[in-house]
Design a protein around this ligand. Sequence first.
Ligand SMILES: [Zn+2]
Length: 67
Amino acid sequence: MKSTHVKTLKATCPTCKAIIHLESIAVEEDGYVDCTNCGGFLKILTMNPLKLSVAFFDDEYDDDDEF
Ligand SMILES: [Zn+2]
């Protein structure tokens, strides 16, 4: 009998340097994840090794106003 083995991958958040744990089935190249520490939106660059970069968007919002 085979059981599905889910690997846990580790990556470093480029923003806050926290170690983020991700399940291998939840990540894919060019996918996006949230940093559980700073809440930043990160893009997955490579899977092996797992590398993340800050995801940038074209929206030119000025985020000066704190809610
Ligand atoms: Zn972070």
